[in-house]
Write a protein that binds this ligand. Structure first.
Ligand SMILES: [Fe+2]
Length: 161
């Protein structure tokens, strides 16, 4: 029997930007993989690998969101970017602790990541989604900046995981 998922996707997390929603689902999937790995006690190295993938994907995902915000002239950009940076800082700190202090990934940590993501999507990402919608959606930005296109292209190789 499969163990209960840590994080079950629900439509309430939809921000209305297709690419962002897809990436959020991937993040949720990675969190569930990590949860599953800890549950099955696959060991530090395997869990650490999933955490590293999660960290790397999160970085790419944040870059996409931030690029979209810049292109759309989003007034909440600075605050939003700060939230991203704070989270990445915590994740990098965690990676360092795992390496240097032999700390293990705990369920407590997973719940922290889950609630951070839930809250961030519902409060911050949805606010940006609504802003973009009000501005006419992404179709308004037919000439995406090169920056956004570069981030979007990067997505493909993530599919090889
Ligand atoms: Fe965000």
């Amino acid at each position: 029997m499969k163990d209960a998922e840590l994080f079950t996707w629900s439509d309430e997390y939809t921000v209305g930007i297709q690419e962002v929603d897809e990436q959020h689902k991937t993040l949720v999937g990675l969190l569930n993989q990590l949860h599953d790995a800890i549950h099955r006690k696959v060991g530090r190295v395997a869990s650490r690998e999933i955490l590293d993938r999660l960290a790397e994907y999160t970085t790419t995902h944040f870059l996409l969101e931030e690029s979209l915000m810049r292109v759309a002239g989003y007034p909440g950009f600075t605050i939003h970017k700060q939230q991203h940076e704070d989270l990445l800082h915590e994740v990098h700190d965690l990676q360092r602790k795992l390496d240097q202090e032999h700390v293990t990934i705990t369920f407590e940590l997973l719940h922290f990541l889950k609630s951070w993501l839930t809250q961030h999507i519902i409060e911050s990402d949805k606010r940006f989604g609504a802003y973009l919608q009000k501005k006419g959606g992404l179709t308004q930005y037919s000439s995406w900046s090169e920056e956004v296109q570069a981030v979007m292209k990067k997505k493909r190789w993530w599919k090889f995981w």
